[in-house]
Design a binder for this molecule. Structure first.
Ligand code: IPE
Ligand code: IPE
Ligand code: MG
Length: 252
C-alpha cells in the first residue's frame, strides 16, 4: 500500500478488532440530574462504568484503552465539583492500583500533572511503576490533559534537543516521539458518550485517522453491550487513509 505523509503507518483490515480505543466519558452530570442527585453521584457511578469497560476490553483482547477523565478546561467548573472530582480520583487510585496490577494491567496517566496535589501524583507514580511491566492491557487515564497542551509540550521537548540531533526540516516522527501517548498505536476507535459531537481538546494529533463513534448513552449507563455496539460499528467500516476503496480491497 502506498504510504503518504500521514503518520499512520499501517491500514488495519476491515472487520478487525480495534487495537486502541479512546473514550470521552461524558454525561455523568446529566445522569445524576435526571435522578435528582448531585453531579458527583454521576461521577461516582462513572467510575463503576470504567471497571466494566476495562473488563470488557480484556475479554476482547483489546490491548490499549485510553479514557478522558479530566480536561485542561475542566478546572473552569465550580470549585466544589473540581474538589470532589479530585477526591474521587485519589480514592480510585488508592483502591484500584493493586487490582489493576493483579489483573496484569499496565497503568498510565497522561496530562499536565503539575497541577495536581502531591498525594495524587505520588499515587500515579507508584501505580505506573508497579504496573510498568504488565502487558495484558495498557490502560491510560488522561487527566488535566489537552490535545493542544500535548502538542506544545512535545514541541518544547523536541526543541530542547541539540541542533545537530534535530534537523531543521524535521519530520512528524521527530515530534511524535515526544507526544504523551507515544507508547501506544494511534487510536482505531474513538467513542464519545453523552450525545455531544465534539473532540473537546482530547487527542488532537493522534485522532487524525481514527474512526469516530458517538452515542447518546450517558457514561454511567455505558455497559458492555454498548461497547460491543461501538466495536461492531467500527468493524463494518472501511478505513482508507486517503486511498481509494479499490486500492484497499486489492491490498486486503
Ligand atoms: C464527564 O461528565 C465527566 C467529566 C468531565 C469529569 P460531565 O460532568 O461532563 O457530565 P455532563 O456533560 O455535565 O452531563
Ligand atoms: C470532556 O467532557 C472532558 C472529559 C470527559 C473529561 P466535557 O463535558 O468537559 O466537555 P465539554 O466542555 O462539554 O466540551
Ligand atoms: Mg460533559
Amino acid at each position: 500500500m502506498p504510504q503518504g505523509p500521514s503518520s499512520t503507518r499501517e491500514i488495519p483490515e476491515t472487520g478487525s478488532i480495534p487495537k486502541h480505543i479512546a473514550i470521552i466519558m461524558d454525561g455523568n452530570g446529566r445522569w445524576a440530574k435526571t435522578r435528582y442527585m448531585p453531579r458527583i453521584a454521576g461521577h461516582k457511578q462513572g467510575v463503576e462504568t470504567v471497571r466494566g469497560v476495562i473488563k470488557a476490553c480484556i475479554e476482547r483482547n483489546i490491548p490499549y484503552l485510553t479514557l478522558f477523565a479530566f480536561s485542561s478546561e475542566n478546572w473552569r467548573r465550580p470549585a466544589d465539583e473540581v474538589t470532589s472530582l479530585m477526591q474521587l480520583f485519589l480514592g480510585a487510585l488508592e483502591q484500584e492500583i493493586t487490582r489493576l496490577h493483579e489483573n496484569g494491567i499496565c497503568f498510565k496517566v497522561i496530562g499536565d500533572l503539575s497541577k495536581f496535589e502531591p498525594k495524587i501524583t505520588e499515587f500515579i507514580r507508584i501505580g505506573e511503576q508497579l504496573t510498568a511491566e504488565n502487558n495484558r492491557l495498557t490502560f491510560t487515564i488522561a487527566a488535566n490533559y489537552g490535545g493542544r497542551w500535548d502538542i506544545m509540550q512535545a514541541m518544547r521537548k523536541m526543541m530542547m534537543q541539540s541542533t545537530e540531533e534535530l534537523p531543521l526540516n524535521f519530520e512528524e516522527e521527530n515530534l511524535a516521539q515526544y507526544l504523551a501517548l507515544s507508547y501506544a498505536p494511534e487510536p482505531d476507535l474513538f467513542i464519545r458518550t453523552g450525545g455531544e459531537y465534539r473532540i473537546s481538546n482530547f487527542l488532537l494529533w493522534q485522532l487524525a485517522y481514527t474512526e469516530l463513534y458517538f452515542t447518546d448513552t450517558l457514561w454511567p449507563d455505558f455497559d458492555e453491550h454498548e461497547l460491543e455496539r461501538a466495536i461492531q460499528s467500527y468493524q463494518q467500516r472501511e478505513r482508507r487513509f486517503g486511498c481509494t476503496s479499490e486500492q484497499i480491497q486489492v491490498a486486503g
